[in-house]
Design a binder for this molecule. Structure first.
Ligand code: FES
Length: 158
């Protein structure tokens, strides 16, 4: 009869709406899910063999800038140096330890434009309000590659 047919149509619509809704949710969930690299711990790999001495490069690791500097022979050596063969590198999170601005490299010094803080080539605070050196991210050395996001026993934070 008429009532039953209307109910059937009503149920059919409800079923289609439910399936459509589920598909839409799956689509949304995929959009919200982090990328596989983030799920794996958010690693960033840097090939040290591509870095030129005295010209630090900035990489992004977990949304933060990370400075990688290959020291020139006239730069001071430090306990923070990562020694690879005969080369020395500094790896540091590029956020000022005062209030978090990103310092810029000028004449062998990282200068923070926000309040004048300065860091030397070993990422040590040498002037202005920064209370400590730039932080060192966890990383692991694999040949000439550095994997940011993994701790290495051969490189200690100081
Ligand atoms: Fe760098 Fe203040 S944030 S000196």
């Amino acid at each position: 009869n008429e009532t039953n047919r209307r109910d059937f149509i009503g149920y059919s619509f409800a079923a289609v709406a439910a399936v459509g809704g589920a598909a839409a949710l799956v689509g949304m969930k995929q959009a919200w899910d982090p990328l596989p690299s983030v799920l794996a711990g958010g690693f960033t790999t840097v090939d040290l063999s591509t870095i030129k001495a005295g010209e630090p490069e900035t990489f992004v690791w977990r949304g933060k800038p990370v400075f990688v500097l290959k020291k020139t022979s006239d730069m001071d050596q430090s306990k923070r140096d990562l020694i690879v063969g005969s080369d020395r590198f500094i790896i540091a999170i590029g956020l000022c330890t005062h209030l978090g601005c990103i310092p810029a490299w000028k004449k062998d010094v990282w200068k923070c434009a926000c309040h004048g803080g300065e860091y030397n080539a070993s990422a040590k605070n040498i002037f202005g309000p920064p209370p400590r050196p730039l932080d060192v991210p966890p990383f692991k050395l694999e040949g000439t590659k550095v994997v940011l996001g993994e701790s290495s026993p051969e490189y200690k934070k100081i």
